[in-house]
Design a protein around this ligand. Structure first.
Ligand code: PLP
Length: 395
């Protein structure tokens, strides 16, 4: 075994927080208005302007955004919603929240995304909606998907939790998340921009925006405020059984600064991914590692840097590689354990052989640390770690 490292542990993910975010949050704390207020309104406006959407609704998570989007689409009991098996729990659980059925599908082995063709092939008369996931920030061909789906009247929500601020298509194309009827972005602590916890729902459809806004805060009608403005600010009307999904002004203040820094943060991720790929190709274990696919139009958001191990050429498995790197003080992760392999979905009747690509690729994926602030030295350390762990394990 290799000697444990004397260097500090290299974390898998770490947020980029500057004095600007700290100052912005302190200002909110000093203002006396902590919950949804002026900062949240401004964050919504700026976000909508940035991505070019008509409406943006700030929420406490992307999970909330996905849930509200499907609810606004009218997804309910008896409906099917197509979801790729290669994703986080949130993308499919929101379907079950509404009493509908998540119909899992396999993914492309290179991009780890569901392809437009695979999505269309899974459609039945019961299909009400599709959740599209841009894995790691590699965007799905949304123009193609929408061309195929629009004539069928099936609503699409883009799970863009990994895909901000990414434009699909060459020379400043449209933002991932703005092609579908709705898009959901995550500002979770490890995502490309963060508010600690937070999310944003975007749409161009006023009916979706109105419904999602209503349901985001207890089903309480804001129109009532306008209608009865004269009778005082205490009046409201409960229109439906809603949820408690609003964003705080502390989070929004942080989000405004992160949004301002989004291009800088993206540039850092792109630079790190390029360094990784060059270093791995030049390493003594380049034949044991498949690099992540890049997009032809430079639209990858690089939320994750996911390599594939050539496990058939190794005497150790992926778990042992992760353990070996951990012993050297290097954090890694796996994105994702496909949904169909989890106990809940196994109980629903899914088996490993249902989705051969996802099941196969799951055995060999490994996510390496990637976050703005990581240095060239850190990248060298990770690649040296891969050489130290993989080299002696060559079959
Ligand atoms: C993080 C993530 C989510 C959920 O985001 P939250 O803001 O934590 O709710 C949804 N989908 C994917 C693919 C994610 O990685």
């Amino acid at each position: 075994m290799t000697e444990p490292s004397a260097q500090p542990f290299l974390l898998f993910a770490y947020p980029s927080i500057t004095d600007r975010e700290k100052k912005a949050v302190m200002e909110v704390l000093d203002s006396g208005w902590l919950t949804t207020g002026p900062k949240t309104k401004l964050f919504e406006q700026r976000f909508a302007d940035t991505v070019g959407a008509r409406f943006a609704i700030a929420l406490n998570s992307a999970t909330a955004a996905l849930h509200l989007a499907l609810e606004a689409f009218g997804v309910s009991e008896g409906d099917d919603v197509i979801v790729p098996t290669w994703t986080f729990a949130a993308s499919a659980e929101v379907v079950a929240y509404l009493g509908a059925r998540p119909v899992l599908i396999d993914v492309d082995p290179v991009t780890l995304n569901a392809t437009p063709e695979a999505i269309v092939a899974a459609i039945t008369p019961a299909t009400k909606a599709v959740v599209v996931v841009h894995i790691a920030g590699y965007p799905v061909d949304m123009a193609r998907l929408m061309e195929l789906l629009e004539p069928l009247g099936i609503s699409v929500v883009e799970d863009s939790a990994h895909a901000f601020p990414t434009r699909i298509g060459s020379a400043g194309g449209r933002f991932a998340g703005t092609f579908g009827r709705a898009g959901a972005y995550s500002f979770y602590a490890t995502k490309t921009i963060t508010t600690g916890e937070g999310g944003m729902l975007v749409t161009d459809d006023p009916a979706i925006a109105d419904r999602a806004r209503l349901m985001s805060l207890h089903g309480i009608s804001r129109n009532a405020w306008n209608r009865y403005a004269g009778s005082g600010s205490w009046y409201y009307e409960i229109e439906d059984v809603g949820y408690k999904y609003n964003m705080t002004d502390m989070a929004a203040a942080m989000g405004l600064v992160q949004l301002d820094r989004a291009d800088e943060l993206l540039a850092a991720r792109r630079d790190l991914s390029a360094r990784y790929s060059a270093k791995i190709l030049a390493s003594s274990v380049s034949d044991l590692i498949d690099l992540p696919a890049d997009t032809p139009d430079g639209s990858h958001a690089w939320h994750l840097y996911v390599v594939r191990l050539q496990t058939e050429r190794l005497r150790i498995d992926r778990g042992q590689v992760a353990d070996g790197l951990k012993a050297l003080g290097i954090g890694t992760s796996v994105h994702f354990i496909p949904l169909h392999l989890h106990p809940y979905y196994v109980r629903k009747g899914f088996v490993a052989t249902d989705f051969p690509m996802a099941t196969r690729e799951y055995e060999r994926v490994l996510s390496l640390p990637i976050w703005p602030g990581l240095t060239g030295n850190d990248i060298d350390r990770v690649v040296s770690g891969l050489e130290a762990v993989l080299g002696p394990a060559r079959a």
